[in-house]
Design a protein around this ligand. Structure first.
Ligand SMILES: [Zn+2]
Ligand SMILES: [Zn+2]
Length: 434
């Protein structure tokens, strides 16, 4: 359920400076369009959406602390189990080959694609483990009360790392690998797969029950920041607009530009620094690499000493030929359509931010949110290749090598993710309202 917010008024502002609990109205400056608004006290399970651009300003939860503590504890246990147990076993020519979560990256490094290996380890092992660990640390710290060090940093880094934790994308890649192997070798699902699947469910449940605003307010009560005088200011005036902290969303006084947030000590900027130049550079790099990503082979399958390299598109055709229509559609959308749509979307948003336009800004803000969320799903193909390279090593009988196209493709995914992260959607509204 969505509830409307109120435009911020001067009296509302003054009353909001001394906020205490999540049950009071709070002042927020929209992260997507910069409109200052008062979010009323929310009932459980309610989303407060921005008046102007429909961005989610706050999502309330019945019991944000205890549920999230329990879920992240469960997720940490399942991830630990999933990381050390076998996720798949393949059999061919009388041999058995088990694979663990790290077997893929090891196989990629052995094939000389160490950059890809680092990316897969980061997104499937390091980011999930560290972000879950940091959330657990924050929740335990809040539960135990005063005196836990580094709570602000822990929660800030958990939120920054969350988009790079890609177990859910990895599991889709696993299914694609599973259906590709059917014709080549016999593959069995291992216990580690079920642990990772459970981890994915608990992570989704955590995201749904996490009320970040409540957590930041609880951190503020338990571990107040000690900043030098004048280093930061609260929002206590409406003119000009308050500066929203990029980490904890606290609305800060405009004079705090180039100072630090009083709640989490993040450096404050009115807009993301050098947003347009950075976004353009990253998007351009992604566009240039899109050509080699689609023309060089992403993997080579050797069967009975006969090798056949395949590109992303020919992989889609193979899935179609094998009758796996749904998987073919998923891989096509994730690997071919999503990067193109992201690059086109970034181009349109850059154009609007530079040239300005006063219509369809609400839709353009939605486009920004879509571009920022879908990019990670393009990693399906990379994870699939990593699993295949780890599992299918039976010499001339059946072997799969990852190809250099995969490296270019991974670079496209990473560059476009960085481009979306560097883009500041508020610039489109600035240009229109100035
Ligand atoms: Zn907005
Ligand atoms: Zn902050």
């Amino acid at each position: 359920m969505h509830v409307p917010t109120h435009p911020a008024s001067r009296t509302a502002y003054a009353g909001l400076v001394a906020r205490e609990s999540g049950r009071r109205p709070i002042l927020l400056s929209c992260h997507d369009c910069a409109l200052p608004q008062v979010v009323p006290p929310l009932r459980n399970g309610v989303i407060a959406a921005c008046l102007r651009c429909n961005a989610t300003l706050r999502r309330s939860s019945a019991d944000p602390m205890n549920i999230v503590l329990a879920l992240s504890l469960g997720a940490a246990v399942l991830l630990a189990v999933g990381s050390v147990t076998v996720i798949a076993v393949v059999q061919a020519i009388g041999q058995r080959r088990p694979a663990f979560l790290v077997s893929g990256p090891i196989a990629l490094a052995q094939s000389g694609l160490w950059e890809l290996s680092v990316l897969v380890v980061f997104t499937t092992v390091i980011a999930p483990a560290v972000s879950t660990g940091l959330l657990l640390y924050t929740m335990v710290g809040l539960r135990l009360g005063r005196g836990f060090p580094f709570l602000q940093g822990a929660f800030a880094w958990r939120n920054r790392l969350r988009p790079w934790s890609m177990i859910e994308v990895f599991l889709v890649g696993y299914f694609v690998a599973y259906s590709k192997l059917g014709a080549l070798v016999y593959m069995q699902i291992g216990a580690g797969f079920f642990a990772l699947f459970g981890f994915m469910i608990l992570t989704i449940a955590t995201d749904a029950s996490l009320d970040k605003q409540s957590v930041w307010e609880a951190i503020e009560r338990v571990a107040p920041m000690v900043l030098p005088p004048g280093a930061a200011a609260r929002a206590d005036t409406l003119q000009p607009e308050p500066i929203s902290c990029p980490t904890c969303a606290l609305a800060c006084h405009p004079s705090a530009a180039a100072a630090s947030c009083p709640r989490c000590s993040t450096k404050l900027h009115r807009r993301k620094p050098d947003s347009l130049a950075r976004t353009a550079a990253m998007a351009m790099s992604g566009l240039i690499l899109y050509a080699p990503a689609n023309t060089f082979p992403v993997l080579t399958v050797i069967k009975l000493n006969q090798g056949s390299p395949s590109t992303i598109l020919s992989g889609v055709w193979e899935l179609l030929g094998a009758g796996q229509v749904l998987l073919a559609v998923i891989v096509f959308l994730a690997s071919v359509a999503v990067p193109v749509l992201k690059l086109l979307g970034l181009g349109v948003m850059l154009f609007v931010a530079i040239r300005g336009r006063s219509t369809h800004l609400r839709q353009l803000s939605s486009l920004y949110r879509v571009v920022a969320t879908i990019g990670r799903w393009s990693m399906i193909d990379i994870f699939m290749e990593s699993i295949l390279a780890a599992l299918v090593q039976f010499g001339g009988a059946a072997t799969i090598y990852p190809g250099s196209g995969a490296l270019a493709f991974a670079a496209v995914v990473v560059f476009t993710m960085f481009a979306a992260e560097s883009f500041d959607p508020r610039l489109m509204w600035d240009k229109a309202t100035r």
